[in-house]
Design a binder for this molecule. Structure first.
Ligand SMILES: [Zn+2]
Length: 166
């Protein structure tokens, strides 16, 4: 008997949650909010992914890993992965599990909101302290910067918040 589409779809989402960011192996592409759609038709699965600020090589690796993961499902004969730009990826798509995963890796997750004075407050992923060495942390082109925590003295990386609202 053929498995129903919805079963394949459920299994596909489960497989996608095993595909990690090639660089940050504590977060999956679902944690990062990169998966927009999974479509099943006959024995073919199409996955729409939203590219993050990650570099192009990482996107190629993720695509290959998604194809490999979905092909583990017996009923699936064909896998198609598309990177789409609409809706645009924003950093608030990162799930709370994803934010925890980034911290485990030593990366401060992107701030969820602007402070009243228009700045971003970044908290140390190790101790939660907002005090760090650099004041103007994100230059115009940088999406990640290295900060030093003034409290626990650890260096850490911070991710720039990306939003469609400004
Ligand atoms: Zn700290």
């Amino acid at each position: 008997m053929e498995a129903s589409h919805s079963l394949i779809e459920t299994e596909a989402w489960r497989q996608l949650d095993t595909v990690c960011d090639p660089e940050i192996d504590t977060v999956t592409i679902i944690d990062l909010g990169m998966v927009d759609k999974v479509l099943v038709s006959d024995n073919k699965v199409s996955v729409d992914l939203l590219p993050t600020f990650l570099g192009c090589p990482a996107l190629g690796i993720i695509k290959e890993n998604v194809i490999k993961a979905i092909k583990l499902i017996d009923e699936v004969k064909e896998v198609e992965v598309n990177y789409i730009k609409n809706p645009p990826w924003t950093s608030d798509r990162i799930t709370s599990k994803g934010r925890e995963g980034l911290k485990v890796y030593g990366i401060a997750p992107p701030p969820l909101k602007l402070e009243n004075d228009g700045t971003w407050k970044v908290e140390c992923p190790y101790c939660g302290s907002p005090y760090h060495s650099v004041e103007n942390i994100f230059g115009p082109s940088a999406c990640r910067s290295i900060l030093y925590c003034k409290n626990c003295k650890n260096p850490y990386e911070a991710m720039k918040p990306i939003s469609t609202m400004n």
